[in-house]
Ligand binder design. Structure first.
Ligand SMILES: Cc1ncc(C[n+]2csc(CCOP(=O)(O)OP(=O)(O)O)c2C)c(N)n1
Length: 575
């Protein structure tokens, strides 16, 4: 390929945008692009084993760097495999560009081999999704895609037929980085709206703050706000690594897997201020309280609960302008009561995070990981109970990060996200808290850790079941169905592919096993055989759940499973 091709212009544009790697699997429709990458030699092709892992890896990378990350798939099934990971990135509002190669232009619309409709497929999980059908569209199309992904925070998809990628490029050059990447603007509400918010807060006597991922960078302002208003701070899971640390106003998380203290601080306030959170579960919001919300996205305002006041703004900027307008409240009674409740809830949870006789309790694993990980470790957690243990037992400190699939809620996110985080942060400790079900779902990409020499530390909570769903079934009064997992010895399996593998079944050996596994310089697997029958109750156990669980117990006794129920009681009560 002599001269500049469309593919080379695409790659050059990505280089200017600062892209360092592309996750994907090759295919002939991608040939022009992979050849351009090879010839130019600046962007690394990270060869994964499943395109879904490529998309999750890009999602993980961009969440930890805050910058654009890229994945690619060949035409038809190749790019179709990206979709689930792209949904995750899109819902997390993290900038990812997906290059979806397409079938040859003359064949489009003929039900050709591998033909799909990528524009229709990717539209739903992207802020930008366009096809390059003519060489003259480049590099404008990829520029627009990059600006949309970075500026709006989300996924942009560039669909490009293999033949178009090979064509000679038009003369138009690539803009400089300053013109390519949109800077983040300062956004805050107008003065009169800040006055209205200040007035609402100054007149309230029991204010609670609900803080989410939009509070990143606003830690100091939040603490000052809570101090001024004597307000407890509740967080949604996305806000955990942003607000929980160094926080004397923290009263824990709310939601299905949260703390009872977080639940009560939300329910008992007279004014709730929601900051950078789109926490979706409506039943956790207070009834009868005034609710104000600050969010950078107008469409997030009031969609979970009715608002008294909704303002558009960046949380940090808004707080800076709001604080001088607030009167300092002296009465700390509400705050103190919420803090006492939190201390008790925390103590109850901490009691569960230990053990001296098998089986190992998963809480114990999570607590030790938290204690033994480095100060700037990045944790990823699989959807399922690993997210519960991460939320409750990993201590954050402002430097650590916690990444999951908290909005899209997909299994199998943790290992590939860790892969992307590690690729982008070579010196950092990256720990994946994987479920045995979640891990097995994208298990092929364990090989990528070896091939790419990525020293990810992978903990598998090996409970032999799709545990979270098993628990949901029981709470709904059902006998569990379709949840059993017949697992191998994951540590032996890891060793067979060249990864350091440690298996642990006895809680007395757990700390040593974790130390050994974390100290290993390369990729390592800790196969932690944990209690299948662990109860991880939600913060507020409803009458319905108690009825459901009682019904399950009755059904289990009637189907002759008395021994199992004794085990359930034994492993949850006598620890
Ligand atoms: C892709 C996908 N499939 C199914 C589900 C439904 N689901 C949510 S959690 C879960 C069980 C996860 O099991 P595992 O990874 O073993 O973790 P555990 O809960 O046992 O710790 C399932 C099946 C989902 N969220 N995502």
């Amino acid at each position: 390929m002599a001269g500049t091709t469309v593919a080379e212009l695409l790659v050059e544009t990505l280089e200017v945008a600062g892209v360092e790697r592309i996750y994907g699997i090759v295919g002939d429709s991608l040939n022009a692009i992979t050849e351009a990458l090879r010839r130019r030699g600046r962007i690394r092709w990270v060869h994964v084993r499943h395109e879904e892992a490529a998309a999750f890896a890009a999602s993980g990378e961009s969440q930890v760097t805050g910058s654009l990350a890229v994945c690619a798939g060949s035409c038809g099934p190749g790019n179709l495999h990206l979709i689930n990971g792209l949904y995750d990135a899109h819902r997390t509002r993290t900038p990812v560009l997906a290059i979806a190669a397409h079938i040859p232009t003359p064949e489009i619309g003929s039900s050709y081999f591998q033909e799909t409709r990528p524009e229709a497929l990717f539209r739903e999980c992207s802020v930008y999704c366009e096809t390059v059908s003519d060489a003259s569209q480049m590099p404008r199309t990829v520029e627009a895609a990059i600006r949309a992904a970075v500026g709006r925070g989300g996924v942009a998809v560039v669909i490009i037929p293999g033949d178009v990628a090979m064509r000679p490029a038009a003369a138009r050059g690539v803009p400089p980085k300053e013109a390519l990447l949109p800077p983040t603007p300062l956004v805050r509400p107008a003065d009169r709206d800040l006055d209205a918010l200040a007035d609402l807060l100054n007149r309230s006597s029991r204010t609670t703050l609900l803080c989410g991922r939009g509070c990143r960078g606003a830690h100091d302002g939040l603490i000052k706000l809570a101090e001024t208003l004597r307000a407890p701070i509740v967080h949604a899971l996305g806000g955990k690594d942003v607000v929980e640390y160094d926080n004397p106003y923290d009263v824990g998380m709310t939601g299905l897997i949260g703390f009872s203290s977080g639940y009560h601080a939300m329910k008992a306030c007279d004014t709730l201020l929601v900051l950078g959170s789109d926490f979706p579960y409506r039943q956790f919001y207070p009834e009868g309280a005034k609710v104000a919300q600050v969010d950078i996205r107008a469409e997030n305002l009031g969609r979970r609960t009715a608002l008294t006041l909704g303002l558009v703004g960046d949380v940090s900027e808004t707080l800076e302008a709001l604080l001088p307008r607030l009167r300092r409240r002296e009465d700390r009674a509400f705050l103190d009561a919420c803090r006492v409740h939190y201390r008790d809830a925390r103590a109850d949870l901490d009691e569960l995070a230990d053990g001296v006789r098998p089986p190992i309790h998963p809480q114990h694993v999570a607590r030790l990981l938290s204690e033994l990980a480095t100060e700037d470790a990045v944790f990823t957690a699989d959807v399922g109970t690993p997210t519960v243990w991460a939320a409750r037992y990993l201590a954050m400190n402002g430097r650590r990060r916690l990444i999951g699939s908290f909005l899209h809620g997909s299994m199998a996110n943790a290992m590939p996200q860790a892969l992307g985080v590690q690729a982008a942060s070579p010196g950092r400790q990256v720990i994946s808290l994987s479920g045995d079900g979640g891990f097995a779902m994208l298990m092929g990409d364990l090989l990528t850790l070896v091939q790419e020499t990525l020293p990810v530390k992978l903990v598998i909570f090996n409970n032999g079941t799709l545990g979270f769903v098993e628990m949901e079934m029981k709470a709904a009064g059902l006998l569990e169905t379709g949840v059993d997992l017949v697992n191998p010895d994951f540590a032996a399996m890891a060793r067979a592919v060249g990864i350091h593998g440690v298996r642990v079944e006895d809680p007395r050996l757990l700390e040593g096993a974790i130390r050994d596994f974390l100290a290993h310089p390369g990729p390592a697997v800790l196969d932690a055989v944990t209690n299948r029958l662990e109860l991880s109750m939600p913060p507020k156990v409803t009458g319905e759940q108690i009825r459901g669980f009682s019904l399950y117990l009755l059904k289990a006794v009637m189907s002759g499973r008395g021994d199992e129920l004794i085990d359930l009681a034994r492993t949850n009560i006598i620890r």
